[in-house]
Design a protein. Structure first.
Length: 712
């Protein structure tokens, strides 16, 4: 398991590329990535709307949820390390369709119509209510202004078809293939649909006609209301399942857009409903939106992709777990449109913040930059292995047993190349093993015969390789983590190895050789208890912190005595964590100049616990914090320039990072979760581009990639 040593966001030992352990950012902590917010009461979000309900220039986000049924309102959604937003929630009938704006457009001031339409499948009916009720109340039921009962459950809902007075009509198709439409509470039509299993509706011509997409016949048909009955005027047969209808502009002409099939976004000529073009919309497209410049965007369920189809649109980006619906709005008040997604299975809403590309009006959405690695990367190291002044990134790849290197380029990381095949290794540490001035690497390796230390020697050009004259060293029954420290004061570091299966800590000397080839020699062993798994060295105070797995504890070893390779026999303190310790980090949470110790613990596959402890005596700095599912690693560093460290934890089975900010009240306040890639494991905070603001690097085991999240 990775450990963290020294500085505010250090990722290497003192003799590696950043000997001062990094510098704190002096810029605001604005993070270019996906942000995720939990729903209230464990509800599943299925539909989203955006609108400025209070007239402050920032859109609120409105989510329709089920299990339990509710309408939930998110306000003040930032793009940095703001506190996680707790939505206001009002009850509605369960399993709702919608919401949809009754005015067919989002409110932009307090005088605009903010009524919404919902249809319930639990209690068949359609209701109209004022969403502004959510601004002042966060409990109870949403006050209903109008309701109409339905004879059977609704299948599709749409609002539109404004008449000459600007009044919208409400359209509902039921599971019995009946169509109902109202305007201002007056029934316009109740008629049998010609096709089975309606999936989408799109009102037209002031409510005189409607487009109906059907799963049963896989076609889109225009139906006109004539004397209370429906008359078919045009139809288009499709070679896939239509799921969503929208009207927009394409290449200067008005078109009908249909999301459906396995990959398709069909574009239809409006009058005859002919397919004039089809675009790739990802796997199982489920939603369509249009940005302010008229560019169409599609949301795909499988692949979980949000992709643009207009001129200059960026490639697909990840939209969170199981995205069902998207909406556009300016949630942070910067004048640029943002995108939000309803992630039903994750019980969350996700947010991507928009940016303008240089020299273009096209909106793009900021997310983590991904770089391909070997299969299932799980640990990271950043150091300048090619001596060009730019940090390179090394990954350990589980399914291939490889070390992959992504060298630092002028503007970004370059394409990965495999450095070495070593099997099961952990805890890469950059250091100088010999005196040739080139950066080398030391790793812990697990084998059938026990633990080993393996040395790789750098060639100064980014290459790393073993030497036949420097054999790996057998150390105990296992080798899990490494800490590098000069124990005897001779100017050279020793390696302290955690051996959980042998319940021991081993001290390994790196002995120079007359021929330039050093040797690794076991110098001392200290028996411990509880399976040591994670090590953290505080070089300033000369304390070694040891996290234990079976012992479910964190212990502190004072390294005060120089001149000896023996680790102290007595711990200065030991703290019960009540769960196996996974990883350790340190950061100054209260700006007193003394870093606190952070320990991540996990028992089972559920949420973990983040502990913040005082380094001097192990006393509790604040109450333990619960993480998301299956945490793996943590880092701490000053991301927003306020002198206090923020804390990040990777949650493998939730596909995001948890974030906390320390406050003046002496607590860790949960910030919005930060999206990275699939199955995040190893974490680093490191300044890749030299702007004195750290990037967040995440190893995505399920996505075979590194995500780079920019802070500024």
């Amino acid at each position: 398991m990775p450990s963290r040593a020294g500085g505010s966001f250090a990722s290497e030992p003192r003799d590696a590329a950043k000997p001062d352990g990094g510098v704190a950012s002096t810029k605001p902590g604005r993070i270019a990535a996906r942000h995720e917010h939990m729903t209230a009461n464990g509800a599943r979000a299925t539909a989203l709307l955006a609108g400025d309900l209070d007239g402050d220039g920032r859109d609120e986000l409105l989510a329709g949820c089920y299990g339990p049924g509710s309408l939930q309102l998110y306000s003040n959604l930032g793009r940095g390390l703001e506190p996680m937003v707790a939505p206001r929630a009002l009850d509605v009938d369960d399993f709702p369709l919608g919401p949809a704006w009754l005015a067919s457009k989002a409110p932009r001031s307090t005088s605009d119509d903010a009524r919404v339409v919902l249809a319930s499948r639990a209690k068949p009916g359609v209701v109209v209510a004022d969403a502004r009720a959510l601004l002042s109340s966060d409990e109870g039921a949403l006050p209903v202004a109008w309701r109409a009962d339905l004879p059977s459950r609704p299948r599709a809902l749409a609002v539109g078809g404004h008449d000459a007075s600007g009044r919208a009509s409400i359209w509902v198709a039921t599971i019995d293939d009946d169509l109902h439409a109202w305007r201002e509470g007056v029934l316009l039509v109740h008629a049998r649909l010609p096709d089975e299993q309606t999936t989408a509706l799109l009102p037209e011509d002031g409510g005189a006609s409607v487009l109906v997409a059907s799963q049963g016949t896989r076609r889109v048909v225009r139906l006109r209301i004539v004397d209370g009955a429906l008359r078919e005027e045009a139809a288009c047969a499709l070679d896939g399942l239509p799921r969503r209808l929208a009207r927009g502009s394409w290449r200067g002409d008005q078109r009908i857009f249909v999301a459906g099939g396995d990959h398709d976004l069909w574009i239809l000529e409006p009058s005859q409903l002919r397919v004039v073009e089809r675009l790739d919309a990802g796997i199982v497209p489920v939603d369509l939106e249009f940005d302010p410049d008229g560019g169409p965007w599609s949301l795909a369920l499988r692949g979980q992709e949000w992709r643009g189809h207009g001129m200059g649109a960026p490639g697909p980006v990840y939209a969170g777990q199981h995205p069902l619906d998207a909406c556009l709005g300016d949630f942070d008040g910067d004048g640029i449109v943002d995108a939000a997604f309803a992630n039903g299975d994750a019980k969350r809403v996700s947010l991507l913040h928009g940016e303008r590309g240089a020299g273009t009006r096209q909106v793009s959405w900021t997310t983590a930059r991904d770089h391909a690695t070997g299969r299932a990367p799980y640990e990271l190291l950043a150091a300048d292995f090619d001596a060009d002044g730019r940090l390179d990134v090394l990954t350990l790849d589980a399914l291939e047993g490889t070390l992959s290197m992504l060298r630092g380029g002028p503007a970004d990381l370059l394409e990965k190349r495999v450095v070495e095949h070593l099997g099961s290794v952990e805890s890469p540490r950059a250091l100088h093993l010999d005196d040739d001035g080139k950066l080398d690497l030391l790793l812990a390796q697990r084998t059938d015969k026990g633990g080993r230390l393996v040395a790789l020697f750098g060639d100064g050009r980014g290459g790393l390789a073993q030497r036949a004259l420097v054999a790996p060293l057998q150390v105990g029954r296992s080798a899990k983590d490494l800490a590098l420290v000069d124990l005897d004061g001779d100017g050279r570091v020793e390696a302290v190895v955690a051996d959980p299966e042998g319940d021991a800590l081993h001290v390994v000397r790196i002995v120079p050789g007359a021929d330039g080839n050093p040797s690794l020699r076991l110098a001392a062993t200290r028996a411990t208890s509880g399976a040591p798994t994670a090590l953290l060295l505080d070089g300033e105070s000369r304390r070694l912190y040891v996290g234990h797995a079976s012992g479910k504890a964190l212990a502190c070893l004072p390294l005060d005595a120089r001149g000896s390779l023996e680790l102290p026999a007595t711990e200065s303190w030991r703290v019960d964590l009540s769960a196996p310790c996974l990883a350790l980090a340190q950061g100054d949470l209260d700006r007193d100049g003394a870093p606190e110790i952070l320990a991540l613990a996990l028992l089972g596959d559920g949420p973990g616990r983040l502990h913040a402890l005082r380094a001097s005596d192990g006393s509790t700095w604040c109450e333990p914090q619960e993480t998301s599912l299956r945490p793996y690693d943590l880092v701490a560093g000053d991301l927003d320039g306020d002198g206090r460290a923020e804390v990040l934890v990777s949650a493998q089975n939730s596909h995001h990072l948890n974030a906390w900010r320390a406050t003046d009240l002496g607590v860790l306040a949960r910030a919005a979760d930060i999206g990275a890639g699939l199955g995040p494991l190893g974490l680093l905070l490191v300044d890749l581009d030299g702007d004195e603001a750290p990037e967040i690097l995440v190893a995505n085991a399920f996505g075979d990639s590194i995500s780079v999240l920019k802070t500024r």
